[in-house]
Write a protein that binds this ligand. Structure first.
Ligand SMILES: Cc1cc2nc3c(=O)[nH]c(=O)nc-3n(C[C@H](O)[C@H](O)[C@H](O)COP(=O)(O)O)c2cc1C
Ligand SMILES: [Fe+2]
Ligand SMILES: [Fe+2]
Length: 396
């Protein structure tokens, strides 16, 4: 099935509710959508394809939406397989079809498809080039590293639409989370998890793109995943502005705990209790038992963080190590962090956490490092209270 978006534009994307792990790492309890669009104007352009998992369904949508017309162009905004899997199939089906994409994207195509012939079948575009389809004209805007290096987005001045590729994407199938975005917590939560885990490392490039986008009169955003955005465009752009700046969105303390036998968790709970009693907003997560992507999201969301972890084989308990490794590669920065370590003979977790945080930009590790031996005792409370006081400094 397709969906009419306007006179000459149709949505032909598909939902994937069976996907167990998106990109082999992100749980998607509400599935994911692979969005794709068809512009049937004087000339006809397909905007991106979908993941192979839903290729057959998408081809049916396309056939229906074409209503007997033959497509002239396939615009490839992004070469990642969740959007490009059906390229070879389209080239084979429609002998007159031309691929319109960045030179880098065109270069990548043969990497994904065996013995594909692109001779005379491609049209390389760069920033500022326009694909004239009739009343609709797609102006290309380079968006390198807004997720991959070959990415372009496009802007159609006819209806003020930004085809934003992975930017402004969200986890969740449209059937589950609605076809149009609601400017609410539901959109923000899963779009934030998506942003920080998938695009987060490239904040600078996202900001460059936002700068270019803001010079256009954007009335709607059509991403490659999740709901189409029509209302309150400024609120989505404003969230992206905050997220891409690496500045916190919410004043509060995210407490991330990795405890082997529960002793460290008692300390984390105590800290939460003290902070809450002072009116501080907190979120405590057992990172051994929760979605690491959700934890990455919360680390970026909140202004402050406390890490509490068991020592492990002369180092750091592995779930915390894995979590900090993710924060490192995703560009965690500009935050205040407090530390709790637990060890039964030679506590070592604090040292490793400090080392890992030390490699991040503008991360301020506050004193004291709370060291607990196996189980929290009366004599630990003073240091715990001091850590709580210090993490709250300047809290509004
Ligand atoms: C496999 C394993 C390795 C450990 N390695 C260390 C260690 O190197 N140094 C240390 O002081 N404690 C070590 N411990 C003890 C843990 O840090 C211990 O679980 C902790 O002191 C109590 O906190 P918890 O109840 O939150 O796990 C280890 C425990 C396990 C199970
Ligand atoms: Fe992507
Ligand atoms: Fe994607």
């Amino acid at each position: 099935m397709f969906r009419q978006l306007s006179d000459r534009v149709r949505f032909i994307g598909v939902d994937d509710l069976e996907c167990d792990l998106f990109e082999s790492q992100y749980i998607v309890p509400d599935g994911i959508s692979y969005n794709s669009y068809l512009v049937s104007d004087d000339r006809t352009a397909i905007l991106d394809t979908v993941d192979a998992r839903k290729g057959e369904e998408w081809l049916r949508n396309l056939e229906e939406a074409l209503e007997g017309r033959t497509p002239d162009y396939l615009v490839v905004h992004h070469m990642e397989p969740d959007h490009s899997a059906m390229i070879a199939e389209l080239l084979a089906r429609y002998s007159g079809l031309k691929i319109v994409a960045s030179a880098k994207a065109i270069q990548m195509i043969p990497q994904f498809f065996d013995s594909i012939s692109l001779d005379g079948r491609t049209m390389a575009v760069k920033e500022g080039d326009v694909l004239d389809l009739g009343s609709h004209k797609l102006e290309f805007i380079a968006a390198p590293m807004v997720h991959w290096p070959e990415v372009m987005v496009s802007y159609d001045a006819a209806d003020g639409t930004l085809y934003s590729a992975d930017a402004f994407g969200k986890f969740g199938a449209l059937e589950k989370c609605g076809f149009y975005g609601r400017d609410d917590n539901d959109w923000t939560c899963e779009a934030r998890r998506y942003y920080f885990n998938i695009v987060g490392k490239y904040g600078i490039q996202v900001r460059t793109l936002l700068g270019k986008v803001l010079r256009r009169n954007v009335k709607s955003i059509r991403p490659l995943h999740g709901p189409l955005l029509e209302d309150n465009i400024e609120s989505y752009i404003s969230l992206y502005d905050t997220w891409s700046s690496y500045m916190p969105e919410t004043e509060g303390v995210f407490i991330a705990c990795a405890s082997i036998h529960g002793g460290t968790m008692e300390v984390a709970r105590k800290l939460e209790e003290i902070l809450q009693s002072k009116g501080v907003r907190t979120s405590l997560s057992d990172i051994c038992r929760s979605d690491i992507a959700e934890n990455v999201e919360d680390a970026f969301r909140y202004s402050r963080m406390i890490l509490a972890a068991s020592s492990y084989d002369g180092g750091l308990f592995t779930p915390m190590h894995g979590f900090l490794h993710r924060l490192q590669i995703k560009g965690y920065s500009n935050r205040t962090v407090g530390l709790v370590e637990n060890g039964s003979w030679a506590p070592s977790a604090g040292r490793v956490m400090k080392e890992m945080l030390g490699s991040m930009k503008n991360v301020n590790v506050i004193e004291p490092l709370v060291t607990v031996r196996s189980r929290m005792k009366e004599h630990d409370l003073e240091a715990i209270r001091t850590l709580a006081e210090n993490i709250m400094a300047g809290y509004r």
